[in-house]
Design a binder for this molecule. Structure first.
Ligand SMILES: C[S@@+](CC[C@H](N)C(=O)[O-])C[C@H]1O[C@@H](n2cnc3c(N)ncnc32)[C@H](O)[C@@H]1O
Length: 271
């Protein structure tokens, strides 16, 4: 790691979440903005997501009579292109006000499809507090913004109101450590090993996983997971590489590598 890579902005540091919020404030509220300039990948992304959950919808494992929750929803792209194929009602959770306001004005989203627009960061989102219940909570291209500890706590809160969580995120190869840090948007891209450690810490098990197909080679590979509560697991701490301790100081990040992303958004070039 170079001196610059040992930068003061470390994952989970005091400005970790506010830096991300500042970044997204300046991103245009469009599909292109959500996909870092790769709006052309919207259909391909949605087609694989639809096919991924389809068998579980048909066999009743995913209850589509309950609402879905689109986490880190941005302008509601995922709800429009994917979740609306299976669900009649979706809640959007998004921290950024200008994205939420754009979603509210979308004629497809605001005519009964979206039940609640919830303007909050996932690290503070507690669906139980609002008395909400879901058939599926889907998190796409957002969980890299959460520290490991916040992510584990988020999964645990969600599982009190929803039996299945869907995750669709970029995967780091693992060659540069368990995660790669993007200082531009204040996020990490985790390796599969890091994800499995988080699943274990959250007490969840994977019931289905699949790689996104037809993805440009220059971008990070993208993986989808469906996880449920592992009844046999004893929850533990994340043993986190991306954690915040009680004083708000960051945990060590030796396992990670800092990369500057040349592309905004989440359809990112691999490091
Ligand atoms: C790459 S965009 C993806 C948006 C949407 N999931 C999609 O695939 O079109 C990342 C989104 O995560 C949101 N975000 C970032 N940090 C967040 C946080 N802590 N809690 C909730 N949303 C967050 C951003 O505001 C942005 O809308």
């Amino acid at each position: 790691m170079s001196d610059q890579e040992h930068a003061t902005t470390v994952p989970g540091g005091p400005t970790w979440y506010s830096d991300a919020a500042d970044y997204w404030k300046n991103v245009e509220p469009t599909v292109d903005g959500m996909l870092g300039g790769f709006a052309n990948l919207d259909d391909r992304d949605a087609a694989d997501s639809i096919a991924f959950i389809d068998p579980l919808v048909r066999d009743g494992t995913i209850d589509v009579t309950a609402a879905a929750c689109d986490c880190g929803a941005g302008i509601g792209r995922v709800t429009k292109s994917f979740l609306s194929h299976h669900f009649t009602h979706v809640d959007l959770v998004e921290q950024d006000t200008h994205f939420i306001n754009t979603a509210k004005q979308d004629p497809v989203l605001n005519q009964g499809l979206v039940r609640h627009f919830i303007n909050v960061g996932l690290q503070n989102f507690d669906p139980q507090e609002h008395g909400l219940k879901y058939g599926l909570v889907w998190c796409q291209w957002v969980l890299g913004h959460l520290t490991d500890d916040d992510l584990v706590a988020f999964f645990q809160r969600v599982l009190t109101v929803c039996p299945i969580i869907g995750i669709k995120e970029n995967m780091a190869s693992g060659h540069a450590g368990d995660f790669e840090v993007d200082l531009q948007d204040s996020s990490v891209t985790r390796s599969e090993r890091a994800w499995r450690r988080i699943f274990k810490a959250a007490g969840v098990k994977v019931i289905k996983e699949k790689w996104q197909t037809g993805w440009p080679k220059a971008l990070y590979k993208v993986k989808m997971w469906l996880v449920v509560k592992d009844e046999s697991a004893e929850p533990e701490t994340a043993g986190a590489a991306v954690a915040v301790n009680g004083t708000g100081a960051a945990a060590p990040m030796e396992a990670g590598t800092v990369v500057g992303s040349p592309i905004k958004g989440k359809a990112k070039k691999a490091a």
